[in-house]
Design a protein around this ligand. Structure first.
Ligand code: SF4
Ligand code: SF4
Length: 403
């Protein structure tokens, strides 16, 4: 933490890249402001009440890291600071309840599925609920797609070129199970064995980014035990948030017995687009007719993992598909894990801004590499009365017909 604080020279280059600074216009809600606040808290000069509201409003999007010319590793400050603060703070009852419900539901597919079903019947009582619970309810889908159970081993078709283990994720496999299906199809079609370790679970990113470090470690530990590193060339993920979270395992286990295992594990983690781009894939199936698609950079892919070219390269190879950039592409859509539950006003402002930017491109569809962004963008395009089809990169690579 000290290193990140010390390397900031307060130049302010990160300010225009910070979504909360753009939304609120407050220095204390900018990366530079938050670094000063966290430093003050760490040195005992500032009280938690002065610091935490601003740190809570941070999306953890890491756009500031991309923008910073001095290489300040803001993420290495934020996560440990949140963990430390979480052990000392107390929250109002409703906030604590919302947080507990979120942390005890989202990372567990079975519980999330049950919550979505219960939520559907509870929507008639929506008006009677406190605002925080109303926000949670609004985010639950009206209808879930049928469950897709994938085999624990899907062999490569044709000559085997690689063997990977796939993180099946938590929320995504409930909301859009077709993404994992498409991932397995594209990989096997391109000569890759896909193992889905049955004992795996949520990557822990959601817990990690809200300071619930004990839960994050328990979830991460489960994955360290479930994935056999010797059996795979890479651990592939199709959710930017999970990829970023698993790359943070060494930070999460710093000074713990699992530190070395966590480093070896993280070194094997690759986003699906990165893996496919390096592997080199057969030409993807053509779209039925020419379509312009807006590519949305998920923060946890672009800023946290530095992945911007691979998905664009893969998508550009699809015949009949024209990719168009989204203005202000570096600005977060406001999804950021459970942010739209904990900070609904800012999340809504950012979601609307992103939806308007996408509509301004004139694109007929949207593509991105993160389920959280897909849900948030879909939600805000609908609120504007102009829904567009939204796809994961791998769904388009798999030949999903769009018109
Ligand atoms: S975080 Fe980087 S860009 Fe922002 S003020 Fe500090 S040194 Fe400048
Ligand atoms: S992580 Fe995102 S929201 Fe937080 S300070 Fe950096 S740019 Fe701003």
């Amino acid at each position: 933490m000290a290193e990140a604080v010390a390397s900031c020279v307060h130049c302010g280059f990160c300010l225009p890249a910070c979504p909360t600074y753009l939304a609120l216009g407050e220095e204390m809600d900018s990366p530079r402001g938050r670094i000063v606040l966290m430093k003050g808290a760490l040195e005992g000069e500032l009280a938690q009440e002065e610091v935490l509201p601003h740190v809570d409003r941070c999306l953890g999007c890491l756009a500031c890291v991309t923008a910073c010319p001095s290489g300040v590793e803001y993420g290495d400050l934020l996560s440990p600071f949140r963990e430390m603060a979480e052990q000392q703070r107390s929250r109002p009852f409703m906030q604590e309840l919302t947080r507990t419900l979120t942390n005890q539901t989202l990372p567990y597919p079975g519980r999330f599925r049950a919550a979505a079903v219960i939520g559907r019947y509870t929507k008639v009582f929506r008006r009677l609920l406190p605002p925080a619970l109303r926000t949670m309810l609004d985010l639950l889908p009206d209808r879930l797609p049928p469950r897709v159970d994938l085999p624990s081993v899907s062999p490569a078709r044709g000559k085997r070129r690689a063997r990977v283990a796939l993180l099946s994720g938590c929320v995504q496999q409930v909301l859009t199970p077709g993404i994992n299906r498409a991932t397995v199809d594209v990989l096997t079609r391109n000569g890759v064995d896909v193992i889905i370790p049955p004992r795996q679970g949520c990557c822990g990113a959601l817990s990690m980014h809200t300071g619930a470090a004990a839960q994050a470690r328990a979830l991460a530990r489960r994955n360290l035990n479930a994935f056999d590193l010797a059996q795979c060339d890479a651990i592939v993920t199709n959710a930017a948030g999970c990829g970023s979270g698993m790359h943070e395992y060494p930070l999460l286990f710093a000074g713990e017995a699992e530190e070395q295992t966590a480093a070896k594990f993280a070194a094997k983690v690759q986003d699906i687009a990165v893996f496919l781009d390096k592997l080199g894939i057969e030409p993807p199936p053509a779209l039925a007719q020419p379509v312009t698609v807006a590519y949305h950079d998920a923060c946890h892919l672009a800023h946290a993992q530095g992945v911007t070219d691979a998905p664009r390269k893969l998508l550009s190879a699809i015949p009949n598909l024209t990719l168009t950039p989204v203005p202000e592409g570096e600005i977060c859509c406001g999804s950021a894990g459970s942010y739209n539950i904990e900070q609904p006003e800012i999340a809504a402002q950012l979601g609307r801004r992103k939806a308007e930017a996408i509509l301004g491109t004139g694109a007929q569809a949207v593509v991105t590499g993160n389920i959280g962004c897909m849900t948030q963008i879909d939600n805000h395009l609908r609120r504007l009365g102009t829904p567009l089809p939204i796809y994961h990169t791998v769904e388009l690579l798999n030949g999903l017909p769009i018109s």
